[in-house]
Design a protein around this ligand. Structure first.
Ligand SMILES: Cc1ncc(COP(=O)(O)O)c(C=O)c1O
Length: 339
């Protein structure tokens, strides 16, 4: 049972809740989901997840809504993306139904940890999949563990919906054109940590990566997709083989079209950053992080006001959050209710 949780001041960080779900793949089949309480694992010292990075994950949220219900945002999209990640890393995919069942059970068994409506907080669901068989030669695991944990979280950035400064990362690439940047491989995030750390040391909240082949096109930020708004009402987001297909971005594109914006998925030259009036970084954790400036070498691109998010980003953010919290009709049936 949660004790003294300050729902309105939660940060985006790990918190132990009552339980989590686990299913194991052994001898060619997935076992049933088991409810577990001990957050420590017993793992073989030669497990492929430890040595060769056979590990991928997802991140999605459930919301305590205005009508008192609890609903998960587009979980089938995350289930499908985890399947794509598993296939690329030669891992056993988690069936979509098992994934959704785990989400629902985690929420059911941790109901006391569900942030109440009106606090601005939500329940973060973190599914992970990893190879558990011992191999010391580079070889795919025969056995896999699927775990789904959850915890209440506040906004990703302490300042909330407030513009941040970004820099183009010129020293490191995030992903190769035909590499694994388009899946949620655990190793992608270790590979980005040094870059993030150096960016923070220079005073930038997030790093923007360019395509590794030509270093001339915008790819994405370290943990979020890039989109820009033009003065003539276009929502522009990169088309690239090395970016993660963000579910938030996909949803914002739908909403942007509803608002009469022309949605374009295309190459964006880094020099074309000058054409945007607003820029956002989008992802599950923060929904939209407004970007005030992007520094590229000695050039600084600025978008709108330093201390205030632009009007289109604000409208999109409010619409998506409104749907998630049940304040606006769920016209696309994105929310999967817990019954
Ligand atoms: C590299 C990367 N890009 C984009 C996103 C945003 O994706 P989504 O909106 O599905 O959370 C994430 C977070 O999951 C990410 O890690």
């Amino acid at each position: 049972m949660p004790k003294n949780v300050d729902w309105k001041n939660l940060e985006f960080q790990y918190m132990q809740t009552d339980s989590y779900l686990r299913a194991d793949y052994r001898e060619g089949t997935w076992g049933d989901l088991e409810l577990c309480k001990d957050p420590h694992l017993s793992l073989h010292i030669a497990a492929t997840c430890l040595h060769y990075g056979q590990s991928c994950f997802e991140g999605l949220k459930a919301f305590g809504r205005k009508d008192g219900s609890i609903a998960i945002f587009r979980p089938e999209e995350n289930a499908r993306r985890l399947i794509a990640s598993a296939k690329r890393l030669v891992m056993e995919p988690v069936p979509e139904e098992l994934f959704i069942e785990a989400c629902k059970k985690a929420l059911k068994y941790n109901r006391d940890w569900m942030p109440p409506y009106g606090t601005g907080a939500s329940m973060y669901l973190r599914p992970i999949l990893f190879g558990t068989s011992p191999h010391v030669g580079v070889h795919a695991s025969e056995e896999y563990a699927f775990i789904l944990l959850c915890m209440p979280v506040g906004p990703y950035y302490r300042d909330g919906f407030f513009p941040v400064k970004a820099m183009v990362q010129e020293k490191y690439d995030r992903a190769a054109p035909r590499g694994v940047g388009n899946i949620k491989a655990a190793g992608n995030y270790a590979a980005g940590m040094l870059s993030d750390m150096e960016g923070h040391e220079k005073g930038y909240s997030i790093c923007l990566y360019l395509d590794a082949a030509t270093r001339s096109l915008v790819d994405e930020f370290g943990t979020s997709n890039f989109f820009g708004i033009t003065a003539d009402n276009r929502y522009v987001t990169p088309e690239s083989t090395s970016i993660l297909r963000s579910i938030t971005n996909k949803s914002l594109q739908t909403l942007a079209a509803d608002f009469g914006l022309k949605v374009e998925r295309r190459n964006i030259k880094v020099t074309d950053l000058a054409n945007f009036t607003e820029v956002g970084a989008c992802g599950t954790a923060a929904v939209i992080t407004p970007v005030y400036s992007i520094t590229h070498g000695d050039k600084v691109y600025k978008f709108g006001k330093e201390k205030e998010a632009g009007p289109t980003l604000t409208k999109l953010y409010k619409e998506l959050q409104g749907i998630q919290y049940g304040e606006i009709a769920d016209r696309y049936k994105w929310m999967v209710k817990l019954v």
